[in-house]
Ligand binder design. Structure first.
Ligand SMILES: [Fe+2]
Length: 170
C-alpha cells in the first residue's frame, strides 16, 4: 500500500518523541555544567517545559489512535553529542556557558523545524486538535530560543570574551 501524508506525520511524530526524550536526558548535565545561575535557571525552566512537551506528544499520539513510541533520530543524537564535546573541551573556561547556549539553541532550532512541519501537516490532515497542541509546543520552543539569545547577547557572550585580567573587550 502506498505511503501517505498521514504515515509521514506519524513517522515524524515518533522522531520528535525520540528527540524530546533524548533532550530530557541531556538537559540536566547542561544545567549542572552551566556556570551562570541565569543560564542554569533558563535550562531548568525548559527542562520542566520539555516534560510537558512529551505529554503533549503523547496526547497527539492518542488523537491519531497510535501508541507513543520513538524512532531513533540521528539528527538529535548528533546535536546532543556535539554539545557534550563542547562541554568537555571548554570545561573550566570562560567560554563554557557560551558553548552551552549554542548547543541548546541548536537543539531548539531542530525542534522548531520539526514542530513547524508537524503543525503544518496536522492542519493539512484536518487534525485540528493535534495542530493546536503542536502549536503550543512550537511557541514554547521559539520563546526558549529567544530567551537564550537574549541571555547570550546581554551577559554570557561578553563574559566569555573577558580578558584574563578581567577587562571586557569592546
Ligand atoms: Fe522540546
Amino acid at each position: 500500500m502506498a505511503k501517505t501524508l498521514h504515515d509521514l506525520f506519524l513517522h515524524q511524530l515518533k522522531d520528535t518523541y525520540f528527540a524530546e526524550n533524548t533532550i530530557l536526558k541531556a538537559l540536566p548535565a547542561m544545567m549542572e555544567k552551566a556556570v551562570s545561575t541565569e543560564l542554569k535557571s533558563a535550562l531548568g525552566v525548559h527542562l520542566e517545559e520539555t516534560r510537558g512537551q512529551v505529554k503533549r506528544l503523547e496526547e497527539v499520539f492518542s488523537l491519531v489512535d497510535a501508541k507513543p513510541e520513538g524512532v531513533e533520530c540521528q539528527a538529535i543524537l548528533g546535536i546532543v553529542k556535539e554539545g557534550q564535546e563542547v562541554m568537555e573541551e571548554f570545561a573550566g573556561s570562560d567560554a563554557l556557558d557560551a558553548g552551552i547556549i549554542a548547543a541548546a539553541q541548536a537543539v531548539e532550532h531542530y525542534e522548531i523545524t520539526r514542530y513547524g512541519t508537524l503543525y503544518a501537516w496536522a492542519g493539512q490532515l484536518g487534525l485540528d486538535d493535534a495542530a493546536d497542541l503542536l502549536k503550543e509546543t512550537l511557541i514554547e520552543e521559539e520563546n526558549t530560543d529567544d530567551i537564550l539569545s537574549d541571555l547570550a547577547e546581554d551577559s554570557i557572550n561578553p563574559q566569555a570574551d573577558e580578558d584574563d585580567d578581567g577587562d571586557e573587550e569592546d
